[in-house]
Design a binder for this molecule. Structure first.
Ligand code: PXP
Length: 251
């Protein structure tokens, strides 16, 4: 269902970096499943977790635990590999978000190259759709990629907001505004094709409102900043402030 501008903007909480902290020490604390449940209790509309090939943060057992513990939808982020496809098919999460993955990167650096891999990706996502997962493709705000995502049968595109956020935090305001203009135009374009539009990456209290104000965007996925802020305020209050800013921008 595409809620368009009439629905409430959803906040998907990415809990990867609770697992990053846990893995820095080894052992069980802090527990990302507890973070997911707390975020859900604090009003998250979904929980996002990225099972990377190198398991640097989320581990297989976290996905098992999240599937069991959550009542809100799990958005399972993964690379387009056979291993990840098998895991997704076993768990059948509500949503699967296909992202590019490079071993050496600190975080997902760019959007997926869909246009050049159309056939391969169409075959890759078909079984996921067959078992009922909503398939989302994480892409740059680029018309070619959006058209390709539409052609391969994705239901959702998540627009990468990283370049916009980086330009803001580095004070390159002309570039930031140019990135925002691209995101604005491409959100409208994706929506016109019937795609559900999500956005995320690098969003903070300072950068969220112009993205939240885009009427076609119906879900934001936010992780690193909120987990960092939770260290100071607690997870619930950190999320509540993000929610407040999102709602304010929407009205
Ligand atoms: N959306 C996608 C597809 C991502 O890969 C990430 C990062 O894992 C996010 C959203 C959240 O980004 P951040 O942690 O910078 O808020």
């Amino acid at each position: 269902m595409n809620l368009g501008s009439t629905g409430k903007l959803r906040l998907g909480m990415n809990i990867d970096h609770v697992a990053t902290l846990r893995n820095a020490r080894g052992g069980a604390y802090p527990d990302p499943i507890r973070a997911g449940v707390l975020a859900q209790e604090a009003g998250a509309d979904g929980i996002t977790a990225h099972l990377r090939e190198d398991r640097r943060h989320i581990m297989d057992s976290d996905i098992d635990g999240l599937m069991e513990a959550l009542t809100v939808p799990l958005n399972f982020e993964m690379a387009a590999t056979d291993e990840m496809q098998a895991i997704a098919l076993r768990h059948k999460p509500h949503a699967v978000c296909i992202v590019p993955e490079k071993r050496e990167e600190k975080t997902t650096e760019g959007g997926l190259e869909v246009a050049r891999e159309e056939n391969k990706l169409a075959h890759f996502i078909a079984p996921l759709r067959d078992v009922g997962c909503r398939v989302s493709i994480f892409i740059a705000a680029d018309q070619r990629q959006i058209e390709a995502a539409h052609r391969i049968g994705a239901e959702v595109v998540e627009l990468h907001t990283g370049a916009y956020c980086d330009a803001h935090s580095e004070g390159r305001f002309d570039e930031r505004d140019a990135e925002l203009a691209k995101l604005t135009e491409m959100a409208t374009f994706a929506h016109s094709l019937g795609l559900e539009v999500h956005a995320g990456h690098g969003l903070t209290y300072d950068t969220v409102q112009p993205i939240a104000a885009l009427p076609e965007v119906i879900e934001l996925n936010i992780g690193h900043f909120l987990i960092g802020e939770a260290v100071f305020r607690g997870l619930g209050p950190a999320m509540a402030e993000m929610r407040r800013l999102m709602d304010e921008a929407r009205t």
